[in-house]
Design a protein around this ligand. Structure first.
Ligand code: HEC
Length: 398
């Protein structure tokens, strides 16, 4: 007891001070985030979620014929993740119930309506009468036959859209939130199928000149889960694995020898990577967190690539640029990457159809991560938009 009496007041104050400091630090950590502007903590729109690349990693790609030239895409549509739109074209009309009307981009409407809700199209039951109505309105000589589809709400929130070789549902959107590539999400092209449940994704195998291959077949064997797509004879590559492979290609091809991957805080960087009106945000550390190796680079023989996913989002552009850089960019000294378009890594067997192989898909998906992993305030800076409003734009309310 005697010892306690001798305890000095200063020691007591110190102890109290330590307790107060600790508990306020804990308090700030626990409670302060609730009072921060929400756009700093969370994605304010589906568009942003997508741009974070935590988005649907399940864009699958595979060749249906080993050693062949036909690539198949399987888009895994998932509610809350994947953006798509239902748009009419001159000869395709969409019927929709009152509740679903707001998701349809009507023929002649300029702005595309994007949604992350998984809705599907099927041949319309009432097509016949509507067909007549449309044909009666027609001013040309022979009335055309319209494709009439019905938009409906499937029971599940997951679906596959399958297409041969090239994209049908495009994920990439520009700063006005319109989808950039021209084909509408529904096309009458062969190989485009909407399936409303992964289990309904059916395939059958066949033997072609002694090699094993597979095709989509509605009477074929169903697959049981998504992993089955990645394994065994199918060997689909998801977007996630393509990005990883792309990183390796970037490394071994020495892209970093000529390109940098950093937007510095200098005016020349922010303007060249953006525009005078919307200067690009400088690079920040969080943009690199998913990478195993970073390639900031030191020389700019070619342009900086840190914002290339926003600057050049067109797959077609990259396809012809890698095949023949000077055809897209006059006088370019970038070497051509012919082996992204054939089946032999040595580059001796060029595909006569210029069909890209998985290496092109990998480097393309990798490049598309550049500039698209930007945090909310930065992204608002980039777009010159209020991030809170973007969800309205996407859901077609604006
Ligand atoms: C010998 C240097 C060199 C190498 C190696 C090189 N590039 Fe390039 N790259 C250039 C030059 C120069 C340009 C600008 C002219 C043009 O657009 O082709 C360019 C342009 C580009 C562009 C267009 C960028 C824009 O903003 O317009 C992309 C994308 C690109 N390169 C990607 C790559 C990738 C990926 C690799 C590796 C597989 C690579 N480059 C290898 C020199 C190179």
């Amino acid at each position: 007891m005697k010892g306690l009496h001798r305890l000095e007041w200063s020691a007591v104050w110190t102890l109290l001070g330590v307790i107060v400091l600790f508990s306020s630090a804990i308090g700030v950590t626990l409670f302060a985030p609730q009072f921060i502007d929400p756009s700093w903590r969370q994605a304010s729109s589906t568009y942003q979620v997508q741009m974070y690349e935590v988005s649907d990693p399940n864009v699958y790609v595979s060749t249906s014929n080993p050693g062949g030239w036909g690539l198949q895409y399987v888009y895994h549509l998932q509610e809350g993740f994947t953006l798509h739109s239902y748009q009419e074209s001159p000869l395709v009309r969409i019927l929709a119930s009152k509740e679903l009307e707001k998701y349809v981009t009507r023929h002649g409407q300029k702005e595309r309506i994007l949604t992350s809700r998984v809705l599907l199209l099927r041949p319309a039951e009432k097509a016949h009468a509507y067909q007549k109505e449309l044909q009666a309105e027609w001013e040309g000589e022979t009335p055309p036959h319209f494709e009439i589809l019905e938009l409906y709400d499937p029971l599940k929130s997951e679906a596959f859209a399958i297409t041969e070789t090239d994209g049908v549902v495009e994920n990439w959107v520009d700063e006005n939130f319109s989808i950039l590539d021209t084909p509408p999400p529904y096309t009458t092209e062969k190989g485009v199928i909407f399936v409303n449940n992964p289990k309904e994704y059916r395939i059958s195998s066949r033997n072609y000149l002694g090699t094993h291959s597979w095709i989509y077949d509605e009477n074929g064997e169903p697959i049981n889960d998504l992993n089955e797509l990645k394994e065994g004879k199918l060997r689909f590559l998801s977007r996630q694995s393509l990005i990883k492979i792309g990183e390796d290609i970037y490394r071994v091809e020495g892209c970093w020898y000529c390109h940098t991957d950093q937007t510095r805080t200098l005016v020349q960087d922010t303007v060249v990577n953006g525009s005078a009106d919307f200067p690009a945000p400088p690079s920040s550390a969080n943009e690199y967190i998913y990478q195993r190796v970073t390639f900031p680079g030191t020389r700019r023989i070619g342009p900086d690539l840190s914002r290339v996913g926003i600057k050049r989002p067109h797959r077609d552009w990259h396809m012809s640029h890698f095949q023949s850089p000077s055809s897209e960019s006059k006088g370019s000294i970038m070497p051509s990457f012919g082996h992204f378009f054939d089946d032999d890594p040595a580059g001796t067997f060029a595909s006569p159809y210029s069909v890209p192989n998985y290496k092109f898909e990998a480097i393309f998906q990798y490049l598309m991560t550049k500039g698209t992993r930007i945090t909310p305030p930065n992204q608002a800076w980039w777009l010159g938009l209020d991030p809170i409003q973007t969800i309205d734009i996407i859901e077609g309310r604006r």
